[in-house]
Ligand binder design. Structure first.
Ligand code: MN
Length: 249
């Protein structure tokens, strides 16, 4: 086993799906390459563009499971926080891959700092319609109801939901789909941290707007659009690095 670095890596919003196999190829290259030497990898949600349950082993789920299983077997600790697209990912996936599942709010301490990790959708409180829908589907009862349906029916529902979601978003301004800075501020206070890392908004940056820039910092992860970067945390601080172009897996 090769020695691991003390790097902590963060990714989110890969939106892996059978419709975009090239992104899955890049993810597998990342897992076999850069991630395999890191001590720890955090995946902050929307790894999958749609996730219908741990019993769905169709592409790209099969390759993703296999790659993550190899990564954790190599000693890299991997943690997954659910996104709005893949919150049905559950304990069977975790057992099969060795990945640990995180709550919607997770604090991590390293290098003398405490950081809050979130997918990011909970911060978009201006989108009242979305938050109401989120409340409805994020209960144990809804989860049981949804996962109790046969997979073919879940696939049908997912297609309808994607269409509805596209239609819903058409009428919304960009601002409404970004974070609410007051919500960011109160969330940081509640969790007694000054640094927040999240994804979801697809507006990446190491210093995205916050209500009180002198005291707090918000780092937003990029989506995987072909120019993706990975956030790397070491004793020197945070930096975004482009994924090296390597040979195909
Ligand atoms: Mn999202």
């Amino acid at each position: 086993m090769k020695p691991l670095t003390d790097e902590i890596l963060f990714i989110s919003d890969l939106h892996l799906s059978s419709a975009r196999p090239a992104t899955t190829d890049r993810f597998v290259r990342f897992i076999k390459g850069r991630a395999s030497t890191a001590g720890c990898l955090y995946i902050l949600g929307d790894l999958f563009d749609a996730y219908l349950g741990d019993d769905d082993l169709a592409a790209p789920n099969d390759r993703v499971r296999h790659a993550l299983g190899q990564l954790t077997a190599g000693g890299t600790r991997v943690a997954f926080q659910p996104g709005n697209r893949d919150f049905l990912l559950g304990s069977a996936f975790a057992r099969a891959t060795g990945v640990s599942l995180l709550d919607d709010y997770h604090t991590v301490e390293a290098y003398g700092q405490r950081v809050l990790l979130m997918h990011g959708d909970l911060l978009c409180t201006d989108d009242v319609q979305y938050q109401a829908a989120r409340c409805r589907v994020r209960t144990p009862a809804w989860r049981e109801y949804a996962l109790g349906k046969p997979l073919w029916l879940r696939r049908l529902h997912a297609r309808w939901y994607r269409l509805k979601s596209r239609l819903d978003q058409r009428g919304k301004s960009g601002a409404i789909m970004d974070v609410n800075l007051d919500t960011v501020e109160t969330t940081l206070q509640t969790h007694a941290v000054s640094i927040l890392i999240h994804g979801h908004t697809h507006r990446p940056g190491l210093n995205q707007p916050v209500a009180s820039p002198a005291r707090t910092r918000r780092i937003v992860l990029p989506e995987w659009d072909g120019q993706e970067q990975v956030l790397c945390w070491t004793a020197e601080g945070f930096r975004m690095t482009a994924l090296a172009v390597e040979s195909p897996p």
